[in-house]
Each structure stands twice: as C-alpha cells, then as structure tokens.
Design a protein around this ligand. Sequence first.
Ligand code: NAI
Length: 286
Amino acid sequence: MDEFAGKVAVVTGAASGIGRALAERWAGLDMKLALADIEAEPLDEVAEALRAGGTDVLAVPTDVSDGDQVDAFARATLDEYGAMHLLCNNAGVGGGGPMWTLTEADWRWVLGVNLWGVIHGIRAFVPHLVAQGEGYVVNTASVAGLSSPPMLGPYNASKHAVVTISETLRAELGMLADGDFGVTVVCPGWVRTRIADSERNRPDELRNPETEDSPSRDEVAGALDSALETGMEPEELAEMVEQAVRDERLYVLTVDDWTPMLRERLETFVAEVDPPGAAAGASSPD
Ligand code: NAI
C-alpha cells in the first residue's frame, strides 16, 4: 500500500497505547479515521485531539468481543465514509497466572477480546475490502504469538491464533484473481502502554469474585508493569508498522533480543527436541 491520503483507516483499541499511536500515524498521512474502543471517554479525547489537527474522525464506542457491536461499527464506518481501506485489529488485553489457577472467565475474557475481536474485525470489514478490490489488514499479535512465555496461557493462545489467522488471511487474499491486498501481523516485544492495567476493561460478568483473586495474578500484573518500563514507545512501533504496510511485509518484529529465542524455537521444533524450560519440573529447585 503506498497511497494513504484521503483513504480510510479503521483502528480498534484506539484510545490508548499502540492503537492511539497507529491512529495518530495514519492521521499524519492525511487518512480519514474510524476509531473504536471499549473506553468511551478516552476514545472521545483521542478523537477530539485528532479533529483539532484537522483529521476526519468517526469514533464509535465498541466492545470488539461482541460481534453485533463490531458489525455496527463497520456499518457506521461505511455510512460515514462509503469505503474503508486499512483495517487495524489492535484492541487487546493481558493478564494471566499458572493456567490451572485461571477461571473460565479469565479465558473467555482474554480470548474474547484478543481472538474474537480479530475474527469479528475480519468478518465485518474484509468482505468490503474484497468487494472494492483493494485493502490492507494489520493485526496486532505479539512476540507471545511466536513463543510460549509462562504465566500468559490465554494471552499466548490468543496471539498464536492471531499470527496464524493473519498468515492464512494473507494466503487467501493472495488467491483472489484480482485486487490489491496486503496483511501485516505485528509481533512486538514490550511496548510502554497501559496493558498491565487491562483489568480496567474487564466486563463485570467476566470478573472473578474477590476471594478467587490469587496473589499470583497480582504478581503477573506487577512483573508485566516492570517489563513494560523497559519497552519501546508506541509511536516508534507505529512508525515500523507504517513501513511494513508500505513494503507489504507480513511480519513486524521489534526487538533483536528475541531473535535467538525465536531461532532456537524453530530449530528445536524441526529437530523434535524440547525447548529449554519445557520439561515438567525443569525449573524446580529440587
Ligand atoms: P493498552 O491497554 O494501552 O491499549 C489497549 C486498548 O484496547 C485500550 O484503549 C483498551 O480500552 C482497548 N480495549 C480493551 N478491551 C477492549 C474491548 N473489549 N473492545 C475494544 N477495545 C478494548 O495496551 P496496548 O499495549 O496498546 O495494546 C494494544 C495491542 O498491543 C494489544 O492487542 C496487545 O496485546 C498488543 N501488544 C502489546 C504489547 C505491549 O508490550 N504493550 C506487546 C505485544 C502486543
């Protein structure tokens, strides 16, 4: 994709972090924006700030885990602009703990936002891209979609799914006889955002009773917070995403430090040997 001005970019999770930085990036290329987020007030603030800079912005409070709401967001986008060209399925939440301590609600919440949010985005928007014969999809996964860090079971599962969905979508769009399509899957390491505070957006019906909260969950959130501090700025990532979209490149990986781990993972996989730390009891002190 090399022409951006006047085209329409859709961004979910646009009220904070990476989504906000992507929205600002596309605005800087004179695109029109359709922004969604579950947090209505911060979404409005982002929209107002962008409008003040002269960008056309449609802001629709949307829970991406709810298919009807995503359908309504797609309809509102098409009613407003008559077309859309660049879809960024970005909204996501983090959290976890040892998998055997997690509740069904924990799994439903993370998979609902991170996996079903992407599925709904594809289902609601991509038919329009196909019909108009051009379009680009950016899905935000994570380096956790290419590896299996402990304490993040549902998150890892959701992000692995987003990687394979992106790869499959790219192959399927490539099989169309006509049209100009692209897909990028963003697999960042740590980025300085509010993701460690994801619980703020957990719907009441998927909250755990107070008594069920295990200290390990708080420990995971605390560890996540410290790790994020070491990360890159979302604006830097958004710049990398723009370049990948211009190059029509499938993968965005952000940190060279992860490369040896990813290489080792692939090598152990094809050699059918366990990756380090995979054996049960491997990290046990006795
Ligand atoms: P963030 O918490 O700053 O932003 C996430 C946005 O998604 C928030 O505005 C939040 O309100 C929104 N959101 C949450 N649940 C939603 C729902 N059900 N429907 C609609 N919007 C919802 O976090 P961040 O880091 O900017 O997250 C963006 C994406 O980046 C996520 O998919 C995350 O998994 C991914 N990511 C983040 C990394 C990091 O280190 N921060 C690393 C790798 C991937």
